[in-house]
Write a protein that binds this ligand. Structure first.
Ligand SMILES: Nc1ncnc2c1ncn2[C@@H]1O[C@H](COP(=O)(O)OP(=O)(O)OP(=O)(O)O)[C@@H](O)[C@H]1O
Length: 587
């Protein structure tokens, strides 16, 4: 076995460590049970022998023993299944929770490059594939070894010649299984990758089903999914073929045909030479079936372990993934936000050849509102992303109250930030739970208070279930304006020190925009917070304390609305001129 596979297998076995209590209990029950189940063929052969000798009294006694031992065997069997299965479920649950925890702590760049569908597939399919059979390995390897040893001793004691014949198959099956197991493991990795690819397409299509329907692209998406799932289908067919060959060669041909006929042939000769009693051959035939089953179980449990470790490769790689930069500093953060961008340059990790911010300098003063304007793609949202520390600058630094942002406690920093974007995402929960999403200690009353400020209370109360109304996945059961106002209430509940409004009203019609803008104005009036606004509406921009015009990754103009209009050939002045009566700054 290659060392990497050995390491993967060892790692997989370590997953079972926290469940040792249940595994030990399962093994104990297994050991108690074995003598009972091993004795069944013995009682069958003694009963038949007694019958052939006309000794009905002895036959009845043997049947009674068989019944008693068989019943005890059945009771213990339940506990074996339950204890090993229980440990298994705990392992799968643990891996899934750990994996989601690790994924949620990755850097945002990781999610730019990895689709959520692929990650969901790793979380669901890979986790159950890798850990689903893990404890059965313990059960079957222990059970099979003990049974094989027990049967071997029985056979060798009763007839060494027949015993040697029956046992000769064990190493042959072992060698075949080694190759079969290695192949299964390689194939399992490919199957899980192909499934993750297909799931990524399915998830993307379903998450954006309205767009798919609107473009009548159902057949196109179906075909795209079919192309991806085809690969997994072909790999599974290949596996099916190999499994068929394996069962044909090992189980049916080698064991059923070769071993059984050899045993009968040798046994018949020995009986003819009066060197073997017929009932011993009968017991041998019964035990050899068990022996071959256990041999197959033993090797199958090993190949299934190796296959699981193949399926687990990607899960372990994700579990080991550490975000590239130290995720957080430890400096605590005051509720003040005096922010300076000093010579900040930035490229997105997924597009390293595109310089988005180019030695950008920018100052955002505590308590003031700064509006960012500029053509589409000039880097406004990127500045908002850097303020949330979704990414770190490639050069220069962002300084908050004299401290480099990288040194601040990241979680505390994010708790100080309120964000309202053009397309706010709500979770599939009640309205009030969504409003208190970012404020763990906020109550339902806080949610109601925030909703009133955000002009959301009236429409929420108009729903039959009021604040307990569910919003659907991503808030799909609400209108755009309602969604925005709940997002504003969500930001209000947080009592942010730094408020980021990224095109918060741009998706709305004039009437809804007016209502949402009023809600935002109230929010801005209420707190002494620092605010960064990205907007195309002149009305929003004009009221800002400062306006920064971004062009080619730099701030090219900065000042108040009035100051910037005075710059004769200024970019802002041109944009306002082109906005004309629409009140919308051009992109
Ligand atoms: N996650 C990302 N990965 C790679 N490139 C990105 C990413 N997000 C944005 N970009 C690129 O960075 C540049 C700046 O984008 P940004 O979203 O900051 O522009 P913007 O000024 O907010 O534009 P708009 O006004 O259209 O919203 C664009 O060229 C964009 O294609």
């Amino acid at each position: 076995m290659p060392t990497s596979r050995l390491r993967g297998t060892r790692r997989l076995l370590q997953l079972a460590r926290p469940q040792v209590v249940y595994l030990y209990a399962g093994c104990l029950v297994l050991l108690i049970r074995l003598p009972f189940s091993l004795s069944i063929p013995h009682f069958v052969s003694t009963t038949l022998t007694a019958l052939s000798q006309g000794n009905f009294h002895l036959a009845r006694a043997e049947i009674a023993w068989l019944f008693l031992f068989g019943t005890l065997d059945a009771v213990f069997d339940f506990w074996c299944v339950f204890l090993f299965g229980y440990a298994n479920q705990r392992i799968v649950r643990g891996v899934r929770v750990d994996l989601l925890g690790v994924l949620l702590r990755q850097d945002v760049a990781f999610f730019d490059a990895t689709s959520s569908g692929e990650l969901a597939s790793r979380l669901n399919s890979d986790c159950s594939e890798m850990a689903g059979d893990l404890t059965w390995f313990f059960r079957f390897s222990i059970e099979s070894v003990v049974r094989i040893v027990g049967i071997t001793i029985y056979m060798l004691v009763r007839s060494p010649v027949l015993g040697a014949c029956a046992l000769s198959i064990v190493p042959v099956v072992g060698i075949i299984n080694k190759f079969y197991g290695d192949w299964l493991s390689r194939n399992a990795t490919l199957v899980q990758d192909a499934l993750a690819d297909a799931n990524a397409v399915a998830q993307e299509t379903l998450a954006n089903v309205r767009t798919v329907i609107a473009f009548a692209a159902e057949s196109k998406e179906e075909a795209r999914y079919e192309r991806k799932i085809q690969r997994q289908y072909e790999l599974n067919i290949k596996q099916l073929y190999m499994t068929g060959v394996y069962y044909m060669a090992v189980s049916t041909f080698l064991i059923n045909t070769i071993v059984q006929s050899s045993l009968l042939w040798i046994g018949a000769n020995l009986i003819a030479q009066h060197r073997l009693a017929p009932e011993v051959l009968l017991a041998f035939m019964l035990y050899q079936g068990q022996l071959q089953n256990e041999t197959l179980n033993l090797f199958r449990s090993f190949s299934s372990l190796i296959k699981s470790s193949g399926a687990g490769d990607k899960v372990f790689a994700l579990l080991d993934r550490r975000p590239p930069a130290p995720a957080t500093g430890s400096r605590s953060q005051a509720n003040q936000y005096n922010v300076r961008f000093e010579q900040v340059s930035f490229r997105y990790p997924t597009r390293p050849d595109h310089l988005v911010l180019n030695h950008l300098d920018l100052e955002i003063e505590q308590g003031q509102t700064l509006a960012l304007v500029g053509s589409s793609g000039c880097g406004k949202s990127t500045i908002v992303n850097l303020l949330q520390r979704f990414y770190d600058p490639n050069a220069g630094s962002i300084v908050v109250n004299g401290q480099d942002l990288r040194r601040l406690d990241l979680e505390a920093h994010r708790r100080h930030i309120g964000v309202v974007t053009q397309d706010p995402v709500l979770f599939d929960d009640s309205i009030w739970q969504n409003i208190v999403y970012g404020a763990p200690h906020a109550t339902r009353e806080d949610a109601v208070r925030a909703a009133k400020l955000a002009h959301a209370d009236a429409f929420i109360r108009s729903f039959p279930q009021g604040y307990d109304t569910g919003v659907g996945e991503r808030g799909v059961q609400l209108s755009g304006g309602q969604l925005q106002r709940i997002a504003i209430a969500r930001a209000m509940v947080q009592k942010p020190s730094l408020l980021l409004l990224d095109e918060a009203t741009s998706a709305l019609d004039a009437a809804s925009e007016q209502i949402v803008q009023d809600a935002l104005d109230r929010l801005l009036e209420k707190g002494n917070m620092t605010t960064v606004v990205v907007a195309h509406r002149l009305r929003t921009v004009r009221n800002a304390d400062q306006i920064a015009v971004i062009d080619q990754g730099k701030v090219v103009e900065k000042g108040t609305h009035v100051e910037l209009l005075q710059l004769r050939s200024g970019l802002y002045r041109k944009m306002v001129g082109r906005a004309g009566n629409t009140g919308i700054l051009p992109e």
